[in-house]
Ligand binder design. Structure first.
Ligand SMILES: [Zn+2]
Length: 298
C-alpha cells in the first residue's frame, strides 16, 4: 500500500513486502501441490484415474475451507463484538478517526476495552461488522499520548494492509494439512484393524509423516509471514503518525511486552527463537527503524 511508503525505510519495506508475498505463495503452493506430492507415495493405493478425480476435489476442498473459515470468522466477530462495550468516545476515538482518514480506510474502527484481559492491543477487521481496535488489560493506562497514537497507527496499518485476509488464508492451509494428516492416520489405523494388505498401512503411515513434515515447514512459513506483516505495520505506523514517532513506537512495544508477559516465569517467552515467533523481537523491530532498543528507556 502506498501510504506505507516512508523514503528512509524504502529498502526495508520492499524487502519485507517481497518476503511476505514469497511466504504466502509458497504456503499456498505447497497445499495446492499436496496431491502431486502424495500420489507417488500412494501409487500402490491411488491410481492415475483416481488422481484425476482427486485434484479437482482437492481444489474444491481448499475453496470450501477458506469460504467456511471466512464466514465463521465474520459470524464470530458479529456475535462477540455486538455484546461488548464499545467505548472511546473521548481519548482514543479522535486519534483513530484522524489516522483512519489519513489511511483512507472506508470505515473508522471502533474502540473496545477489555480491562481484565492480558495487556495487548489488536485490530479486528470485519466486512460486515466494521473494524475494531481492542485495548486489552492495562494497555490504555500504561501508554502515553504519543505511544497510544503510534500503536493505533500500527493497528490501522494492519487494517489497511488487510493482514487478516492473508492470516485467514494461512490458517486455512494449516487446517488442510491437519485434515490430510488425520485422514491418513485414520486410513492407516483402519487398514491395520481390517487386516488389509500390511504394505498399505506402511504406505499410509509414510505419507502421513510427509504431510506432518510439510505441516511443520508450513508453520515456520506462517510465522515468517506474520513477522513480515508486523514489520510492514511498523513502517505503516510511521507513515501515518510521522517519522518522529519511531522512538514512541519502540517504547510502546516495550511497555506492552513487559505488561503482557510480566517479569515472572513467562520471561522465558523472551528466549523463544525468532523463527518460531509471529512477532519479531523488539530489538529487531527497532533495528529496522534505525534505532537501538536497548537505549530506549521506558
Ligand atoms: Zn501488529
Amino acid at each position: 500500500m502506498l501510504f506505507t511508503w516512508v523514503p528512509p525505510l524504502g529498502h526495508h519495506i520492499i524487502r519485507q513486502s517481497v518476503k511476505s508475498w514469497i511466504c504466502l505463495l509458497v504456503a499456498i503452493a505447497i497445499v495446492i501441490a499436496l496431491p502431486f506430492i502424495l500420489q507417488p507415495l500412494l501409487s500402490g493405493i491411488v491410481t492415475d484415474e483416481e488422481l484425476d478425480l482427486w485434484i479437482p476435489a482437492h481444489f474444491g476442498f481448499i475453496i470450501t475451507c477458506f469460504t467456511a473459515l471466512f464466514v465463521l470468522y465474520e459470524i464470530l466477530v458479529y456475535l462477540h463484538y455486538r455484546k461488548v462495550w464499545i467505548g472511546g468516545e473521548e481519548g482514543e476515538a479522535p486519534i483513530i478517526k484522524r489516522l483512519a482518514s489519513r489511511a483512507l480506510l472506508r470505515h473508522t474502527p471502533r474502540t473496545l476495552f477489555y480491562p481484565r484481559a492480558k495487556t495487548n492491543v489488536a485490530a479486528m477487521p470485519s466486512l460486515f461488522s466494521g473494524h475494531f481496535i481492542s485495548f486489552y488489560g492495562e494497555s490504555f493506562k500504561i501508554l502515553n499520548e504519543r505511544e497510544t497514537e503510534v500503536v493505533i497507527a500500527h493497528e490501522v496499518a494492519h487494517l489497511k494492509h488487510m493482514d487478516r485476509v492473508s492470516a485467514l488464508v494461512l490458517v486455512t492451509t494449516g487446517i488442510i494439512f491437519s485434515v490430510y494428516f488425520s485422514a491418513l492416520i485414520v486410513a492407516c489405523v483402519a487398514s491395520i484393524i481390517l487386516q488389509a494388505d500390511p504394505a498399505q498401512g506402511e504406505i499410509l503411515l509414510k505419507a502421513s509423516w510427509v504431510v506432518l513434515a510439510l505441516q511443520i515447514v508450513h508453520s515456520y512459513i506462517k510465522c515468517a509471514h506474520s513477522r513480515t506483516r508486523e514489520y510492514l505495520a511498523d513502517a505503516g505506523s510511521i507513515a501515518l503518525a510521522g517519522l518522529d514517532f519511531k522512538v514512541d513506537l519502540i517504547s510502546a512495544l516495550k511497555k506492552l511486552e513487559e505488561h503482557h508477559w510480566g517479569r515472572g516465569p513467562n520471561r522465558l517467552a523472551f528466549l523463544w527463537p525468532e523463527f518460531l515467533r509471529t512477532h519479531p523481537r523488539i530489538s529487531n523491530r527497532a533495528k529496522a527503524l534505525g534505532l537501538d532498543a536497548s537505549k530506549i528507556v521506558i
